[in-house]
Design a protein around this ligand. Structure first.
Ligand code: F6R
Length: 244
C-alpha cells in the first residue's frame, strides 16, 4: 500500500527496471505483459523518465499487451495500439517488432487462429516475466469479464455493459463503445512468472477488497490471482480503504 498512485507507480517502475537491467547484464530478453487504461499512465511516464534521464534501455524488452477493442482501427483515438505508442513505445528505444498489441482489424473468421498465434508468440518469447494489470470495477483483468474460465486463452470476448459504461468517457457516446474486444485469457495471465496488479482511488476499494479477501471465484476474475504463486497488488491508500 503506497501513499499515492505516483509513489506506487514509481515502485513498480523500479521493479521492472531492475529486471530489464539484470537481463541486459546476462544478454537476455525481458518479456513484459502490458495493460492500458488510466491506471498504468503514471507507470509508463516513470519508465519514459527512467529511459530519458537515467539511461534505461528497452532494447532487450519484448512486450505483449493484454487487450484491444474489436473492431477498431489502430490509429483510432480509443485504440490501445495508439495508447501504447503515445504513452510508451514512441518515447523509449524498444524495437518496433518487439511490441505486440492485439490487432482490432483482423477479419472475424481469422480471429480464432490469430488468438492462438498470439498465445504461441508469448510462449515462443519464453513466457511473460512480469505481467502488469489494472482491475475493472467488476473485477475484470484484461477484458476477462466475470465468468471467464481460469484456463481461458486469448480470445474474442463480449464486453459487460458495466465495462462499456466505465469506458464510455473515451468515446463520443455510449453507442460507439465497441461491444467486443480481444483479450489475453486468464490462463495466459496465470502463466506469467510474476503478476503486478495496480489499483488507485476509492472507486477501486470495493473490488480490491473482494479480490483479495473474498473467495477465489470466476465471478470476480481478479480473485483468481489468489491462486498465482507470485502475485502482488500495488495500491494506494484510497484503494486499500475497505481492506480489513
Ligand atoms: C486494459 C485492461 C483493463 C483495465 C481495467 C481498468 O488493458 O486490461 O482490465 O486495466 O478496465 O481500467 P482503468 O485503468 O481505466 O481504471
Amino acid at each position: 500500500i503506497h501513499s499515492s498512485a505516483k509513489e506506487g507507480s514509481k515502485a513498480i517502475a523500479q521493479e521492472i527496471a531492475a529486471l530489464i537491467r539484470e537481463r541486459q547484464a546476462a544478454n537476455q530478453k525481458c518479456v513484459l505483459g502490458l495493460a492500458t487504461g488510466s491506471t498504468p499512465k503514471y507507470l509508463y511516464a516513470e519508465l519514459v523518465r527512467l529511459h530519458k534521464e537515467e539511461g534505461l534501455s528497452f532494447k532487450n524488452v519484448i512486450s505483449f499487451n493484454l487487450d484491444e477493442y474489436y473492431p477498431i482501427e489502430p490509429d483510432a483515438l480509443q485504440s490501445y495500439n495508439r495508447f501504447m505508442k503515445e504513452h510508451l513505445f514512441n518515447h523509449v528505444d524498444i524495437p518496433e517488432g518487439n511490441c505486440h498489441v492485439p490487432d482490432g482489424t483482423i477479419p472475424k473468421e481469422q480471429i480464432k487462429k490469430y488468438c492462438e498465434e498470439y498465445d504461441r508468440a508469448i510462449e515462443a518469447a519464453g513466457g511473460i516475466d512480469i505481467q502488469i494489470l489494472g482491475i475493472g470495477n467488476n473485477g475484470h483483468i484484461g477484458f476477462n469479464e466475470p465468468g471467464s474460465n481460469i484456463n481461458s486463452h486469448t480470445r474474442l470476448i463480449t464486453l459487460d455493459n458495466s465495462t462499456r459504461l466505465a469506458n464510455a468517457y473515451e468515446f463520443p457516446n455510449m453507442s460507439q463503445v465497441p461491444r467486443l474486444a480481444i483479450t489475453m485469457g486468464i490462463g495466459s495471465i496465470m502463466k506469467a512468472k510474476r503478476v503486478l496488479l495496480m489499483a488507485w482511488g476509492s472507486h477501486k476499494a470495493k473490488i480490491v477488497c473482494r479480490s483479495v479477501e473474498g473467495h477465489s471465484t470466476d465471478q470476480v476474475p481478479a480473485s483468481l490471482l489468489q491462486q498465482h504463486p507470485n502475485c502482488k497488488f500495488i495500491i494506494d491508500e484510497q484503494a486499500a480503504a475497505e481492506l480489513t
